[in-house]
Design a protein around this ligand. Structure first.
Ligand SMILES: [Zn+2]
Length: 333
């Protein structure tokens, strides 16, 4: 379990132990927050006939776990538990028929005589009709049944659904909490531990200004960052979108830091074999690392200038910076 889910795990364990767990639960978090693993743990716990409590986190409270050995656990692990339903869809949306399948499942008596569980891994795919069908079930919950919905984005669910569920939002770590998860290794690279304690090595330049990353927690700012990233890669690779980049440099207080981050990502990708982002791969193919390093130095200089003089003309600094970057990546023009 990822450390950022630990708090929710303790909270859910406590509610489970006190028998106060809601019958409809939403686990919300952006990709990579570990919400799927949290849902898997919760479903297994609900199904288990002889759950155990581990006290390895004494400060926070104990965490309940499925035993992994009882009849219910064995059936669940083999994927054939009769009282658990995984509600997915092969289509792009989760339709009303899918939800009706869930409702019919809940109406039947439990085979093992205990609880019934439904997991909806992509709640945001529900159509309006499907959501309304689910709403009826949520309004009249059957005894000993649990519905666990997972979603990236709460705003993609009907407010009436959200209001009838207990919502557990998993937020990415920022600042000190994130730093605590990072260990500096002997060769001065940053190491990030993941769920299985495998250590992922990350180029240390990938993390800058860890204490202030609003784009990780605020979806609007995240989208602005994504847009800015596209524009700047356009500029870097093709000399396009200059006015869009400049207006962000003038008006957006995050823009210069984002420039640093984008260049760092480009440099980092040049050291890694797997290029996940096509746009960055395109930009990278055209621009060698030593030029990216020069661009980075220019950005740092501009950033220092902006930070050190309160009266700095952002427009002037932005224009100068883009000209400098242009001269570095396109010396002939
Ligand atoms: Zn068990």
């Amino acid at each position: 379990m990822l450390p950022i889910c630990r708090e929710k795990q303790v909270q859910l364990s406590r509610q489970y132990q006190q028998n106060t767990l809601a019958h409809a639960i939403i686990l919300q978090g952006i990709a990579g927050t570990g919400k799927d693993a949290l849902a898997k743990w919760l479903i297994e716990l609900l199904i288990c006939q002889q759950p155990i409590a581990t006290n390895d986190s004494v400060d926070e409270g104990s965490i309940s776990q499925a035993c992994g050995q009882c009849k219910a656990c064995l059936l669940k692990n083999s994927g054939s538990h009769p009282d658990h339903l995984l509600l997915t869809s092969e289509n792009k949306t989760l339709g009303v028929d899918d939800i009706r399948r869930g409702n019919a499942f809940l109406e039947k008596t439990a085979h093992l005589g205990l609880v019934k569980t439904i997991l909806i891994p992509q709640g945001q795919l529900m159509t309006i009709a499907a959501a309304n069908a689910l709403l009826k079930t949520l309004e009249e919950p059957s005894a000993n049944s649990y519905i666990v919905l997972i979603t990236d984005d709460l705003e993609c669910l009907l407010p009436t659904i959200v209001s009838r569920c207990a919502v557990y939002a998993i937020r990415p770590m920022v600042g000190a909490a994130l730093l605590a998860q990072l260990k500096i290794s002997s060769n001065n690279q940053l190491l990030l531990s993941n769920a299985e304690n495998n250590v992922i090595t990350v180029n240390s330049t990938a993390f800058i200004n860890l204490s202030q990353l609003p784009e990780l927690t605020d979806e609007v700012i995240f989208q602005e960052f994504q847009d800015f990233n596209e524009y700047f890669l356009d500029y870097l690779a093709y000399g396009q979108s200059e006015s869009k980049v400049l207006s962000q440099l003038i008006d957006n207080k995050h823009a210069l830091r984002w420039l640093e981050k984008i260049i760092c990502n480009l440099v980092r990708q040049s050291y890694l074999t797997s290029d996940s982002n096509k746009a960055e791969a395109v930009a990278h193919q055209k621009i060698p690392v030593q030029l990216l390093n020069q661009v980075y130095q220019a950005i740092i200089s501009s950033h220092k200038l902006i930070k050190s003089y309160t009266q700095t003309n952002r427009q002037f600094v932005g224009e100068q910076l883009l000209m400098t970057i242009n001269d570095i990546v396109r010396p002939s023009t």
